[in-house]
Design a protein around this ligand. Structure first.
Ligand code: 5GP
Ligand code: MN
Length: 324
């Protein structure tokens, strides 16, 4: 039986468990990582044994203490028999697919999902969902408040990283008064926005190389209302391990007159990842057509086809919607 929890019930479920696994989505971003590290830190202060899992490598965020404690894809490779926990709490995910192999390798008595995606499928028994929250980190702030959990300086920095990245530095349309209030409270708790901003706003040379390749593919359609760019799998493979493509979609997004921006990344022979941004239409609906998800203005999905075919598929579904 599926149940939507309130904050207190969510907090209680976490505190009732002793051995807790936290899972975050592949291509982990600042919100997923920051929320998990913060929640883990709070729960460890209550004597809980907490392990964070992600079925991917982590690019960036080296400035966050404890980032190395997160179990990544290489650690999952070593798990031959499923691990067992009292609780598996899945953060910042709207569907089970987003956690990859964790669903087979990490089992638990109870499953909880804390999320802020409107496309959330309610895929486990217990869910705390706030589709209006700018970030999962915003929900964790509210959870800490409702439970009177102590947010120390380190936890505040984790949560600020999540809030700051998912809200586009408190500027995207998902930013609401509660987002700003949570940010202010994190500042009071010792968060250091200037340090976080400095650490996030850097680009390594491999990423720059890949970005220049992608920028060269910039293509416009629908009188300039759609802009998209791509990297094919040969180019991607050259810098796959090091380059961080998370911000690439912002380049087509910021071009004058563009309403829908897409970055296509051919990660393998028949796997193309789409990162989409919109200024008008609900782009999560497009993502859902390809079994992805996200928010009204930021969404993503994977099309199991080569790059060219994936682009053609996307163009065929966006056509009617961008015209209306
Ligand atoms: P991004 O383009 O930054 O990777 O993702 C934008 C938003 O869409 C994020 O909130 C992210 O969690 C969500 N998203 C991206 N890819 C997928 C996907 O394949 N499935 C689902 N359900 N959500 C996704
Ligand atoms: Mn998020």
């Amino acid at each position: 039986m599926k149940k939507l929890l309130d904050l207190k019930e969510t907090g209680k479920m976490l505190l009732d468990a002793k051995q807790i696994a936290l899972a975050i989505h592949m291509s982990p971003d600042g919100d997923a990582i920051g929320s998990a590290l913060a929640l883990a830190r709070v729960l460890r202060a209550y004597g809980k044994e907490v392990t964070i899992f992600v079925d991917d490598i982590i690019k960036g965020f080296k400035f966050l203490p404890d980032i190395k404690t997160i179990k990544i894809d290489a650690d999952l490779d070593k798990i031959t028999e499923p691990l067992h926990f009292d609780l598996l709490c899945i953060l910042d995910c709207s569907t089970i697919n987003r956690i990859g192999r964790i669903k087979e390798k990490v089992l638990a008595d109870k499953y909880l999902n804390i999320d802020h995606h409107i496309s959330n499928e309610g895929f486990v028994d217990y869910t705390y969902l706030d589709g209006d929250a700018a970030a999962t980190a915003e929900i964790i702030c509210q959870l800490a408040k409702a439970m009177q959990w102590t947010v120390d300086k380190q936890t505040a920095n984790y949560l600020f990283t999540g809030l700051y990245t998912d809200s586009g530095s408190f500027a995207y349309s998902c930013t609401r008064p509660e987002t700003m209030c949570a940010g202010a409270e994190l500042l009071q708790a010792g968060a250091e926005p200037h340090k976080i901003d400095e650490a996030i706003d850097v680009m390594d040379k491999d990423t720059l190389w890949l970005l220049t390749k992608a920028l060269n593919t910039m293509t416009f359609d629908f009188d300039g209302r759609l802009a998209y760019m791509w990297v094919d799998r040969e180019i991607y493979a050259a810098k796959q391990k090091s380059a961080d493509t998370d911000s690439f979609v912002n380049y087509p997004r910021r071009i004058e007159g563009v309403e829908v921006a897409v970055f296509f990344k051919e990660v393998d022979e028949n796997i193309t990842r789409l990162s989409m941004r919109s200024k008008k239409i609900d782009i999560s609906k497009i993502a859902l057509l390809f079994n992805g998800g996200g928010h009204e203005r930021a969404a993503g999905c994977t099309i199991h086809k080569p790059l060219k075919e994936a682009i053609a598929d996307f163009l065929s579904v966006i056509k009617d919607r961008i015209d209306n």
